[in-house]
Ligand binder design. Structure first.
Ligand SMILES: Cc1ncc(COP(=O)(O)O)c(C=O)c1O
Length: 377
C-alpha cells in the first residue's frame, strides 16, 4: 500500500524549471534594470511563441482572462455573444465585462465543445460574435464555426486557454479564428506563473488595437483609445523562456498518464472523453484527464473516497455557466448541465507516478463497485 497522506496528490502541481536557469535570467534582469514595459525578454518570448504557434501576432499579457477581455474589446464586440456553457467562468465573465450578453449554445455531447448545429436557433440581429472554448484542448468544430461566422459576419474568438501544444491539420490549434486567447497560468502545460497571450493570425489592424489596448491605449504621448493595463513583466517572460523547451517533455509525461488512466478505467461505468485521434489530423497536449461519472451522487461519493485516500480530484467545470447565479436571464443547456454535474478531472503532474495512478483507479473503481476490477494495491 502506498504511503499517501490526506490531500497529498492534488489535481495539478506546477512544474518548475531548474532554479539555476531562472536565476540566470534574473541576473540579466538585475543588470539591465528592465523589469516591465515591453522589455527584451518579453519580446524574445513573443518571437518564440510566434514561431511555435505559427501565428503572425502574439501578444504576451498578464493572464488568460485579460487576453479574453482585450480580444472582445479590441474586436468591438457588443450586443449578444454566442458562447459555450461548458468552460471556466472567465469565458462568460469576459463577455459580461464587455457589457455584452452571453447567449449560451449547448455543447455537443461527443466533443464537449459548442454544438455548431445549435447556433442558428440562437442567432439574433444583436449577435456580434462567437466565443467558443477548445475545452480540455479538444478542438471545436472549427470549419463549421468559421463558415457560420463568415455567413453571418460574426467575429470568431476562441478561448484557447487549454490548447498549448495542440495541433489540428498541421496548425497550432491556437492559430484558428479571428483571435485566440491562451492562458499561461501556473497549472497549464506551458506556464509563466501568471500570464496569457492574444493570438491573431490575420487581421493586422485588430492586432495593433490589441497591442495598444494592452498598454492603456497609449502610444508615446498619444492617447489613442481607452485601454487597460494588460502588460506582463520580464520576470514572467523569463519563466516562459525557461519553460518553453520543457513543454515537449511535460506533454509526453501527461500522454503516458492519460493513456494509463484510460487503460485502467476502460472496463468501468465511467465515460472517458477523448479528443480526435492522430489519424484524424489532431495532436493533443493531454493537459487534462476528464472522467464522467454515472450520476452526481456517484461523483460526490467518489470525491469523498478519493479525498479520504489523499487524492484531490476537481470538478472542472462546474456549474454549467448558464446556471451562474448572477446572470439575469439565461437559456436551458441540457447537455452541458448534465455533463457539468458528473465530470471530474483526475490528477496529472510529475507526482502522479504509475503507482499513484493504480491507487487512484482502485479507489475510483472501488467506490463505483465496478465489476471485474483489478486491485493493484
Ligand atoms: C477555459 C479557460 N478560460 C480562461 C481561463 C482564465 O485564464 P487565467 O487563469 O490565466 O486568467 C482559464 C483558467 O484556467 C480557463 O480554464
Amino acid at each position: 500500500m502506498l504511503p499517501v497522506t490526506p490531500a497529498e496528490i492534488t489535481v495539478t502541481k506546477t512544474s518548475l524549471p531548474p532554479l539555476a536557469e531562472y536565476v540566470a535570467y534574473l541576473e540579466k534582469i538585475w543588470s539591465s534594470h528592465h523589469l516591465t514595459n515591453n522589455g527584451p525578454l518579453l519580446r524574445e518570448l513573443e518571437a518564440r511563441l510566434r514561431d511555435r504557434l505559427g501565428a503572425r501576432h502574439v501578444w504576451f499579457v498578464s493572464n488568460g482572462t485579460i487576453a479574453l477581455q482585450l480580444a472582445l474589446h479590441a474586436a468591438n464586440v457588443t450586443g449578444e455573444v454566442l458562447t459555450t456553457p461548458f468552460s471556466y467562468v472567465a469565458t462568460t465573465g469576459a463577455v459580461l465585462w464587455q457589457n455584452a450578453t452571453p447567449v449560451f449554445v449547448d455543447i455537443d455531447r461527443a466533443t464537449l465543445t459548442i454544438d455548431p448545429r445549435k447556433l442558428a436557433a440562437a442567432l439574433t440581429p444583436r449577435t456580434s460574435a462567437i466565443l467558443a472554448t477548445h475545452v480540455y484542448g479538444f478542438p471545436c468544430a472549427v470549419d463549421a464555426l468559421q463558415a457560420f461566422a463568415r455567413e453571418h459576419r460574426l467575429k470568431l474568438i476562441y478561448d484557447a486557454a487549454h490548447t498549448f501544444g495542440c495541433e489540428l491539420d498541421g496548425r497550432s490549434l491556437a492559430s484558428y479564428g479571428d483571435v485566440s486567447c491562451l492562458s499561461f497560468h501556473a497549472t497549464k502545460v506551458f506556464h509563466t506563473v501568471e500570464g496569457g497571450a492574444v493570438v491573431i493570425n490575420g487581421d493586422d489592424v485588430l492586432a495593433e488595437r490589441v497591442k495598444l489596448t494592452r498598454a492603456f491605449g497609449q502610444f508615446g504621448d498619444d492617447h489613442r483609445c481607452v485601454g487597460i493595463n494588460g502588460k506582463n513583466s520580464e520576470l514572467h517572460a523569463a519563466m516562459g523562456l525557461c519553460n518553453l523547451p520543457r513543454v515537449a517533455g511535460i506533454i509526453a509525461q501527461r500522454q503516458e498518464q492519460f493513456q494509463r488512466y484510460h487503460e485502467l478505467l476502460a472496463d468501468s461505468f465511467l465515460e472517458l472523453p477523448a479528443p480526435p485521434a492522430e489519424s484524424q489530423g489532431f495532436r493533443h497536449n493531454y493537459a487534462y484527464c476528464p472522467v464522467i461519472l454515472p450520476s452526481e451522487a456517484t461523483l460526490r461519493a467518489v470525491m469523498t473516497r478519493l479525498e479520504a485516500g489523499g487524492i484531490r480530484a476537481r470538478r472542472y467545470f462546474f456549474p454549467s455557466l448558464n446556471r451562474l447565479a448572477y446572470l439575469k436571464s439565461t437559456s436551458c443547456c441540457p447537455v452541458a448541465e448534465d455533463i457539468a454535474t458528473r465530470i471530474l478531472c483526475l490528477p496529472m503532474s510529475a507526482d502522479v507516478t504509475a503507482a499513484v495512478q493504480y491507487r487512484i483507479a482502485d479507489l475510483l473503481l472501488d467506490s463505483l463497485a465496478a465489476p471485474g476490477r483489478v486491485v493493484h494495491l
